[in-house]
Design a protein around this ligand. Sequence first.
Ligand code: PGA
Length: 249
Amino acid sequence: MIKPIIAANWKMHKTVAESVDFSQRLAKECEDLDEREVIIAPPATALYAVSQTLKGSTVRLSAQNMHWEEKGAFTGELSAPMLADIGCHYVLIGHSERRTLFGETNETVNKKLRAALHFGLKPIVCVGETLKEHESEATFEVIKKQVNEGLNNISTGDIECVSIAYEPVWAIGTGKTATPELAEEVHRFIREMLSSGFGESVGTEIAVIYGGSVTPHNIGELMAKPTINGALVGGASLDLESFTGIIRY
Ligand code: PGA
């Protein structure tokens, strides 16, 4: 049984003080909630302060991005060991905004994934098709390429630390959610790929979570689908009441 993951991606929102205040209140909300893996991904400026705030809590900390090199002349970047050093457990890799706005490719996703695993971070690898790809019925082809190339050369031992987030780009921040049926179909497809690439058990043990306009209102029907193991939440994770509504679906 995969523990459901509910992850907040705050993107470029919240000051340090706002992030700390939210995390304190969230940690309290989650005190009695062993049956969920709750994760927050604040902006990089707040990671250290939030990490201190979450000490002793069950809420896990994630970075939103990282560089694949350990150190060096990469102005503006943060490495996996730096993130691990300040208490990050997870890192988002290949979010569609990183792919479309900052030129990330399946190849850079793969490099980041391997570096994250090497330094003990648990990667949440984001995949998803654009509206154009969706409308031209290329969804499965795009997902296949993103999963195959993104997860290239990952060992069976390492893959167990990876989660996949299926986030149709046309559903992110738009208020349009994929129907639970469509999301389930893509999730099943991803699982089948994992099973055939890494072995039957991997396909059933890895968390595949859904992202794209998840709210307290639609989380229940998404989570009712057996192949959906959680949610990556943007807009609706910025407000504590709304985010806890999602956690307690
Ligand atoms: P959204 O964002 O919930 O605001 O659609 C999801 C994401 O980008 O991870």
